[in-house]
Design a protein around this ligand. Structure first.
Ligand code: PMT
Length: 410
């Protein structure tokens, strides 16, 4: 795929790897992209703005307030225009300082201010690069996590010899590898753009089934998988309704969120939106059973044991898949701890689904609570694709890409 006509903002902060960026600019220009370089003041210590301006054929911007009195009175607002103009924002290298500013919304130069003016629907690729211990520090890790939650894609640095002489992770990928990430981002956009204006209903998180006024039966689902799906779908122009169990996650931009507690409440809300939807994705960990009768008040500890009678909850996904589905694409998850593939295939058929995403609660880095997952995606056509450990955001992109294939056939 060529980058002809693509508009790319290239933010450079003050890491030694900045010396490789002129090559990246050349590669981008050779493929026909328009490149606007935004550079922190300190980055100019590592690479010359004249070199970058010459290669990009555009003035390099650093300060929000231009120094020259010759400039037009509106040039200080060009960060706003640039956010609108760009198709993609690449920040390479991203130093610890720049990551901290981006994560907390500070905007005291062109690189950071323009970052805030980019609509949340546009992709942002960030290439952290710094020394090993800085990269491992809790603050850097925390800031990266925040940026991922804000919808950015962080490309992990490579491991190798660092400027300090230490060996470890922290090296910015070579310009050719950065180009590969840019290509793959545009490829994803092209595919997922078919979801633009499509209506997507997603369930996420755990339901709580009340025992009494202060206790409930639930599970470990954090909502991260469902929220990642909602955020990515909205980013690509879909209309998204997210029905969520209790979670402390922030609602992704552009998403309509409905909070519920129990499976029955989730079911009632989902009924209101299923017909409206083009795609239904059931990422919630819905409790299969609930206490038959909620005890009023706080249950007193008067006996050594007590029995709790449980009754079956509605299977929300099965109800829609088996009884209500018309043109909708129905995507379910299968959380399996044994006979994984067999059970996932059974769910695909029995619940009349188009796609099942199989994951497991007993593999490190997969399932509940973590930011990553390991999935196998099964489709009704019989494909089975296994994927390695990936961020939940990247898995969300995969799932959405998969669902957008069904629209190709329209
Ligand atoms: O929220 P996180 O911490 O990020 O964790 C993500 C996850 C592990 C919860 C998610 O990836 C996942 O696997 N969600 C489905 C969990 C589950 O309940 O799986 P299941 O195999 O029991 O159910 C199969 C499918 O039926 C699921 O799509 C489920 O949403 C749906 N279901 C199940 C029971 C029920 N009563 N109603 C349903 O709709």
């Amino acid at each position: 795929m060529s980058l002809q006509g693509k508009k790319i903002l290239l933010g450079i902060s003050a890491g030694i790897a900045a010396y490789k960026i002129p090559l990246l600019v050349r590669l981008l220009k050779k493929e026909g992209a328009e490149v606007q370089v935004l550079m922190t003041q300190n980055a100019c210590q590592f690479v010359s703005d004249l070199t970058l301006a010459t290669l990009s054929e555009k003035s390099v911007l650093s300060e929000i307030f231009p120094k020259s009195s010759q400039v037009s009175p509106t040039s200080w607002t060009c960060h706003v225009a640039l956010g609108e103009w760009a198709d993609l924002y690449v920040i390479a290298p991203a130093t610890a300082n720049t990551l901290a500013k981006l994560a907390s919304g500070l905007c005291d130069d062109m690189l950071t201010a323009t970052f805030l003016t980019m609509p949340a629907t546009k992709p942002r690729l960030i290439f952290p690069s710094m020394d090993r211990e800085m990269y491992r520090s809790r603050s850097v890790q925390r800031n990266m996590l925040q940026l991922v939650e804000d919808g950015c894609k962080i490309i992990e640095p490579e491991s190798g010899e660092l400027a300090s002489g230490l060996i470890g992770e922290g090296r910015m990928p070579e310009p050719e590898n950065i180009m590969a990430s840019i290509h793959s981002e545009f490829q994803n956009m092209l595919q997922i753009d078919r979801l633009k204006n499509k209506r997507i209903l997603i369930t996420a998180g755990a339901t709580r089934e009340k025992i009494d006024d202060v206790r409930f039966v639930s599970n470990y689902s954090s909502g991260k998988m469902g929220f990642a799906l909602a955020g990515e779908a909205a980013k690509h122009g879909a209309e998204v309704v997210l029905i969520s169990g209790k979670t402390y996650l922030e609602t992704p931009g552009g998403v309509k969120r409905i909070d519920i507690e129990s499976a029955e409440e989730m079911f009632e809300e989902a009924k209101l939106y299923f017909e409206w939807s083009d795609v239904f994705i059931s990422a919630a960990a819905v409790a299969d059973y609930r206490p038959e009768k909620k005890i009023d008040g706080k249950f007193k500890k008067t006996t050594d044991s007590f029995e709790l009678q449980m009754v079956k909850n509605p299977d929300i996904l099965a109800h829609f898949g088996e009884q209500k589905k018309r043109n909708q694409i129905a995507i379910g998850f299968a959380l399996e701890s044994s006979d994984h593939l067999k059970h996932a295939q059974e769910k695909l058929i029995k619940k009349n689904l188009d796609v099942v995403v199989l994951n497991s609660p007993n593999i490190d880095g997969a399932g509940f609570e973590v930011d990553t997952n390991i999935v196998t995606i099964l489709s009704k056509e019989g494909d089975i694709q296994e994927y390695p450990l990936m961020s939940k955001r990247d898995i969300a992109t995969l799932i959405l890409k998969k669902s957008s294939c069904f629209f190709d056939k329209d």
